[in-house]
Structures are given as structure tokens and as C-alpha cells.
Design a protein. Structure first.
Length: 203
């Protein structure tokens, strides 16, 4: 065997070993396998927001592959003025997850298909569009959102991205302005968190 043939043979054999191990580690995203993933998100104040109402809380995201994503949370309003009241607030997944210095670093709505802003039930929407959630300015509210488009699996994965609460109600993209078409005129970001995957072996 020539040196050249030996080298080719070695690369084929080592790739058969190493490459197949590599592929087997990758999840099969079209599998019907019943895999459940859980992620968490701990809401922090936006240091660059100077309004008087921010929100803290915990959010849990769960999904079995091929099924809808469920987002549940307990969110507490931290208003510094006024009485306790209900408010609607834009709730979106933004593109970037490195928000440690400021929620301002989260970018805009997660939009892998370059579509217009919409509601969670729109045909045309950003993957990150969850519409509005109803919160209390000084109390704790439990929220629950179910979505069939954003995912903890595959191309629409929101893992490592951020969840944000905006300062205004989301108009769901219905107005004929640039602000409405991109962020539903929901204004600045008051609170945000990074969507982080949980170790499924720890219960
Ligand atoms: C992924 O899973 C589907 C359904 O179980 C199967 O048809 C397909 O062959 C699998 N793909 C790979 C690369 O294993
Ligand atoms: C997947 O697992 C969940 C939780 O264990 C179970 O409720 C559900 O019936 C399973 N679905 C399938 C298709 O096996
Ligand atoms: C919300 O609070 C309820 C009641 O205390 C608790 O059972 C649940 O695990 C909490 N959920 C999250 C996401 O923190
Ligand atoms: C998600 O899909 C299921 C099953 O098709 C449907 O029942 C449910 O209404 C959908 N949810 C949303 C928020 O579109
Ligand atoms: C953060 O973004 C808001 C607009 O969304 C802006 O008003 C504020 O000045 C920004 N802060 C910094 C430090 O860039
Ligand atoms: Cu947004
Ligand atoms: Zn959007």
C-alpha cells in the first residue's frame, strides 16, 4: 500500500468512527421521538429604562418535540407610583441573549423569516411575537402562553435568545407605521431575561 492510499484509508476509517459519533450526538429534529425540553428565564430590570414600572419574576418554558411550546411564569409589577392596576404589555422573544449589561442589547423581535410584526395567532408574524400579557402594576400575576411557532427545537429555537416585556401594549402590527410593523409600537424594554436550557436529568 502506498503512503497516499494509507492516508486515505486512515481518514476514511477515523471519519467512520469520529464522524458517526458526531452525527449521533446531534438531535434528529424531525424525529417523532417523545423528547421533552425545559428552559428557564429570570426576569431582570432594564438598567437603561428610566420609567417607573418594571417587572421581576420567573418564567418556565416546556415543550415536547412536535407539540406546542408552553410558557408559564409568575411576574410581579414593581411600580413606584400609583395604585395597583391591570396593564397589557408587549411580550416578545428578541434575537440576542447577551443582555447582561442591559436589555437594550437584546436586538429586535426574533424574526428568522423576515416577516412583518403580528399577533401570536397571525399567519404573518415574527417567530418572537407573543402579543400582550396582562400584568398588575404592584401585584404578582401567573401567566400562561401556548405557541405553535416558536420552539425549543430546530430552526425556530428561542434557546439563548431573550424574552422581553415592553413598556406599552403591543398594537399587533395593525397600524400603518414603521414602529407598528416592527415592534407593535410597544416602546422601550422594561425587563428581560435569557432563555436557558435545563438539564433534563435534574428534576
Ligand atoms: C429522523 O426521524 C425521522 C422520524 O422518526 C426519520 O424518518 C428520519 O430518518 C430520521 N433522520 C435521521 C437523520 O436519523
Ligand atoms: C409523551 O410523553 C408525555 C409525558 O410523559 C405523555 O403524556 C405523552 O402521552 C407522550 N406522547 C406520546 C406520543 O408518546
Ligand atoms: C408560579 O407560582 C406557583 C405557585 O407558587 C408555582 O407552583 C409555580 O411553579 C411557579 N411557576 C414559575 C414558573 O415560577
Ligand atoms: C396549536 O395547535 C393546536 C393543534 O393543532 C391547536 O389546538 C391550538 O389551538 C394551536 N395553538 C395556537 C396558539 O395556535
Ligand atoms: C435603551 O433603549 C431606549 C430605547 O428603546 C433608549 O431610550 C435608551 O436611551 C437606551 N439606553 C442606552 C444606554 O442606550
Ligand atoms: Cu419586541
Ligand atoms: Zn414582532
Amino acid at each position: 500500500m502506498s503512503i497516499f492510499a494509507a492516508v486515505v484509508w486512515l481518514s476514511v476509517v477515523s471519519c467512520a468512527l469520529v464522524c458517526s459519533q458526531e452525527t449521533s450526538k446531534k438531535p434528529n429534529l424531525t424525529t417523532n421521538e417523545n423528547v421533552t425540553r425545559e428552559a428557564g428565564c429570570l426576569l431582570q430590570d432594564n438598567v437603561d429604562y428610566n420609567g417607573n414600572l418594571m417587572f421581576s419574576g420567573t418564567i418556565k418554558l416546556t415543550q415536547t418535540s412536535g407539540a406546542a411550546l408552553t410558557i408559564e411564569g409568575n411576574i410581579t409589577g414593581q411600580a413606584t407610583v400609583g395604585t395597583n392596576r391591570k396593564v397589557e404589555r408587549g411580550f416578545h422573544v428578541h434575537r440576542f441573549g447577551h443582555i447582561f449589561e442591559s436589555c437594550n442589547f437584546s436586538g429586535s423581535d426574533f424574526n428568522p423569516f423576515n416577516t412583518k410584526h403580528g399577533s401570536i395567532t397571525s399567519q404573518n408574524r415574527h417567530v418572537g411575537d407573543y402579543g400582550n400579557i396582562e400584568l398588575m402594576t404592584k401585584g404578582t400575576v401567573s401567566i400562561k402562553v401556548t405557541d405553535n411557532l416558536s420552539s425549543l427545537f430546530g430552526d425556530n429555537s428561542i434557546l439563548g435568545r431573550s424574552l422581553v416585556i415592553h413598556e406599552f401594549e403591543d398594537d399587533l402590527g395593525v397600524k400603518n407605521t414603521e414602529e407598528s410593523r416592527t415592534e407593535g409600537t410597544s416602546g422601550r424594554i422594561v425587563s428581560c431575561c435569557v432563555i436557558a436550557l435545563r438539564d433534563e436529568t435534574k428534576n
